[in-house]
Each structure stands twice: as structure tokens, then as C-alpha cells.
Design a protein around this ligand. Structure first.
Ligand code: NDP
Length: 471
């Protein structure tokens, strides 16, 4: 055996990850179900001067034997059933202490199940979230690892070497047992949905409330990228908005059909949040916004029924808009991290929140200056909800006022701000000491005798309700 690690699945992600590993000086054995793809990969590795580090094996058993023990074998095949099929094919040829490193976009419950299953066979299973797309896989992704600690230690030097770096620190960490890595990756994607939707909404305010053209909007995003919103997504927004479609000479963004695609990870986040009873309304709003966007025909019909929105001029400044986006972002991250915190408790993962913020600072889609600030704030310890972390309390004390102005402008101007308004409503609910659930509890007792607590007495009470009503 001569390879330091093995990799199965030479499609876009697997190929790039394998080249990244080879470039970092490790010898990698590679395999793919369709053997011709192995030849294509070797040709690509040769072009990049990396073929000396590649051990191509079309035969699965020989591939496994080419990897040094204890083996670390990455599988990067299509998520779902193919992963289970691959595990079954590998199992008879693996030995105690070996590990399968599954790096696809898998649902965390699948990773949890695979981890338990392989544990019973003395084989390690690491469920690894890899973020950063094709480019990240090739030059440094953010890597979120879950599974048995021993097998993480075996693979740690390679995974850290290939990961993105922020100020020299690897954006790769062991986060906990079982499905922890894929859970954290899922929340990353949910937060990504929120960021993208809130950016789209601020573009909507510029377009519909302030009458700005894409070039003018692009300039604002470029300016914002120099300030507290500095991030990959704000940066690419500037590029997308300024792009010109060559056939027509028109702004590309105005020609792109307004139907957003989704692969389901945002929905998974929303479902997990609901199951854990953690409010994640900004993320849910972002998922809902994509779903409503896809119903183009219904929207066109509804606009005909209700009339075109008045698109009255919004009386807001670009500074307010920047602060509103920052406030919305704080709420959305607060929600995402609250889900992480609850999951950690529920599943016994002991998720390191500061470390998670740290490994998202580079390599992944949500990388930003904000996450550096966040990891520093969490590292000081104390509060788990970002809205109670002192540095962020200071920002929110002002920024929520801008968020309020923007959401109000959307309501009056008739342009939708699903995600930003959800953030504001969450903030207002979160910081309201006296809520309105007293009435809800009264109603629940009326129709279902569910009982309530009185603020001036111990123990559960019931009301004396009119007996013939509501039964
Ligand atoms: P695909 O999801 O398109 O999967 C193709 C690969 O899976 C091929 O190597 C294919 O082999 C193999 N495969 C499919 N079915 C089987 C099977 N039953 N048995 C064995 N091999 C099988 O590849 P991608 O590179 O796009 O993605 C890989 C993983 O990474 C996925 O989980 C995906 O969701 C995730 N991903 C992550 C991204 C990120 O940013 N983190 C971005 C894109 C993807 P063959 O050549 O023989 O067909």
C-alpha cells in the first residue's frame, strides 16, 4: 500500500478534492464506478503536474488495498442511496480501525445512522460537511467533521492541510460524534439561504423603493463590501449586478428569470429547527421566499388580480439599508446558532460555537468579516444567543431602528421583505419581557383544560369558563 488516503467518486467535487490532496503532497488512491472517469481524472492530474501523487485503481478491492492502514477512504458520490451502496461494497474489505469519510451533502440523520451502523462493525464513519463548491474543493474548503474522534485524528493532518486558511488557521474542525459535521453544514446552508434572501430584499428596496438601476446598486454593494457587511456574498452581488448580457447590452440581472432553485438544505434546516423547537423564522422566511419565487405563474395572476404594487418612493437612506441588512443578518445568525446550541444539548455533541464561527471565516459561501467578529465574541464565553452577546447588543441597539424603517417602507411601498420582516418580528418578540401568550394560555385552558400558571400564585390553575361555549 502506498497511498495516504483514498477517494471514490471522481465527479466535480471528488476530482477537485483529490487534486487538492495531491497538491498538498499526499499520495491519493482514486476510484470511480465508471472507469473512464478515472482516466479523465489522471489526464487532468497530469496537466496540473500532480499525477505522480495519484494511484488510479479501477478495481475496488485493489483500490482499498492501495491505501495505507489504518485507512481513510473519502466517498464523494451522489448523496442518498449511492452512499449506502458504496458503504456496503467497501465493508467486506475494510479492517477494524479503518474509516469511511463521507463528504457529500448528506442529511445529518443519515450520517448518524451510518455512524452507528459502522460502529457496530468496528469501522469508523466520519460524516464531513464540505463547503465552498468546486472552487473550494480545489483550493481550500471549509470542513466540518463529525464522527469517532480516533479516526478524525488519523485524517486530521490531511483535512487541515487541504482546508481554507484564515490568518493561517485551518478552517477545519472536529465538531462532535455521529451526525455533528453534517448538522453544522446544514445550518451553514440555512444561514446562507438567509444571507442571500436578505441581500435580494435589499436589492428589491433599491430597485422598487429607491428607483436605482443595477449599476447603481452594484456600486452600493461594492461600497458595503468595505464595511461591516464585508463578505463573499456581498462581493459577488456587486459583480452579478454590474454584469451586462452581451447579446442585448442590458444588465444581465434584469434578464434572469426570477425563479430561485433549491436543493433542499434550507428546508432541512427549517425542519430541524422546528423539530428542536427553536425559532428560526429568518431562515424559514428565506426558504419560503424561494418557494414563492418558483410560483411565477401564480404571482403573475395575483398581480393582475390585486394590481401592480404602488412602488411608492421609500423614504429611507442607503445607510439605513446597510444597517438593516446587518441587523437582519445578526438575527439570522442568532437563530442558526441557537439551533446549533439546542442540537448540541439534545444530541450530546458539545458543539464548539466559537470554533464553528471560526471555520466559516474562509472557504465557505458565508465567509465574512462578521464571522471573525462573531467567533471572537463567542470565544469570550457567556451567552449562547448572539442577540445577548455584548458586542452584538451594542450593534443591535442602533441597527434595529434601521431595520424597522426598512420593513415599514416595504409594508407601505408594497414590496415584500419576507426575511427582513421575519428578523424584525423575531427581534421584537425575543426582547419583549411581557408577551401575549397569556391570552393563548387562556384560550388553551378554555377549549382543552390545558391549565395555566398565575403570576402571583404557585401551581397550575384553571379558569371558570362559560360551559356551553366553544365545546
Ligand atoms: P454527483 O452528486 O453528481 O455524483 C456523481 C458521482 O457519484 C459520480 O462519481 C458517480 O459515478 C457517483 N455515483 C452515483 N451513483 C453511484 C452509485 N450508485 N455507486 C457508485 N458511485 C455512484 O457529484 P458531485 O461531485 O456534484 O457531488 C458529490 C457530492 O458533493 C454530493 O453529495 C453533492 O451534493 C455534494 N456537493 C457539494 C457541493 C458543495 O459545495 N459542498 C457542491 C456540489 C456537490 P459515475 O461516474 O460512475 O456515474
Amino acid at each position: 500500500a502506498s497511498a495516504d488516503i483514498g477517494l471514490i467518486g471522481l465527479a466535480v467535487m471528488g476530482s477537485n478534492l483529490a487534486l487538492n490532496i495531491a497538491e498538498n503532497g499526499y499520495t491519493i488512491a482514486v476510484h470511480n464506478r465508471t472507469a473512464s472517469k478515472i482516466d479523465d481524472f489522471v489526464a487532468m492530474a497530469k496537466q496540473q503536474g500532480l499525477d505522480q501523487k495519484v494511484v488510479p485503481e479501477a478495481d475496488l478491492v485493489q483500490f482499498i488495498q492501495a491505501v495505507k492502514r489504518p485507512r481513510s477512504i473519502i466517498i464523494m458520490v451522489k448523496a442518498g442511496k449511492p452512499v449506502d451502496e458504496m458503504i456496503e461494497q467497501l465493508l467486506p474489505h475494510l479492517e477494524a480501525g479503518d474509516a469511511i469519510l463521507e463528504c457529500g451533502n448528506s442529511l445529518y440523520t443519515d450520517s448518524q445512522r451510518r455512524y452507528e451502523y459502522l460502529k457496530s462493525k468496528n469501522i469508523g464513519f466520519l460524516g464531513i460537511g464540505v463547503s465552498g463548491g468546486e472552487e473550494g474543493a480545489r483550493h481550500g474548503p471549509s470542513i466540518m467533521v463529525g464522527g469517532p474522534e480516533q479516526q478524525w485524528k488519523n485524517a486530521q493532518p490531511i483535512l487541515e492541510a487541504i482546508s481554507a486558511k484564515f490568518n493561517g488557521e485551518p478552517c477545519c474542525a472536529y465538531l462532535g460524534e455521529g451526525g455533528a459535521g453534517h448538522f453544522v453544514k446544514m445550518i451553514h446552508n440555512g444561514i446562507e439561504y438567509g444571507d442571500m434572501q436578505m441581500i435580494a430584499e435589499t436589492y428589491g428596496v433599491m430597485r422598487d423603493g429607491l428607483g436605482m438601476n443595477p449599476a447603481a446598486a452594484a456600486k452600493v454593494f461594492k461600497d458595503w463590501n468595505q464595511g461591516p457587511l464585508n463578505s463573499y456574498l456581498i462581493e459577488i452581488t456587486g459583480y452579478v449586478l454590474e454584469a451586462i448580457e452581451p447579446r442585448t447590452g442590458k444588465p444581465l440581472v434584469e434578464l434572469i428569470l426570477d425563479k430561485a432553485g433549491q436543493k433542499g438544505t434550507g428546508t432541512w434546516t427549517a425542519i430541524a429547527a422546528q423539530q428542536l423547537a427553536v425559532p428560526a423564522t429568518a431562515i424559514e422566511g428565506a426558504v419560503a421566499a424561494r418557494s414563492i419565487s418558483s410560483r411565477k405563474e401564480e404571482r403573475v395572476a395575483a398581480e393582475a388580480a390585486y394590481g401592480k404594487p404602488s412602488a411608492g418612493k421609500a423614504d429611507v437612506s442607503l445607510d439605513d439599508l446597510e444597517q438593516a441588512l446587518l441587523a437582519g443578518k445578526i438575527v439570522s445568525y442568532a437563530q442558526g446558532f441557537a439551533v446549533l446550541s439546542k442540537a448540541s444539548e439534545e444530541f450530546g455533541w458539545n458543539l464548539p460555537l466559537a470554533t464553528i464561527a471560526k471555520i466559516w471565516r474562509a472557504g465557505c459561501i458565508i465567509r465574512s468579516r462578521f464571522l471573525d467578529q462573531m467567533s471572537a465574541a463567542y470565544a469570550k464565553g457567556g451567552a449562547t444567543n448572539l442577540l445577548m452577546v455584548p458586542d452584538f447588543v451594542t450593534i443591535m441597539q442602533d441597527a434595529h431602528k434601521s431595520l424597522r424603517k426598512i420593513v415599514a417602507a416595504g409594508a407601505i411601498g408594497e414590496f415584500p421583505l419576507i426575511c427582513l420582516s421575519a428578523s424584525l418580528a423575531y427581534f421584537d418578540s425575543y426582547r419583549q419581557a411581557q408577551g401575549t401568550a397569556n391570552l393563548t394560555q387562556g384560550q388553551r385552558d378554555f377549549f382543552g383544560a390545558h391549565g395555566f400558571i398565575l403570576t402571583d400564585r404557585e401551581g397550575e390553575q384553571h379558569g371558570k369558563w362559560p360551559s356551553t361555549l366553544g365545546k
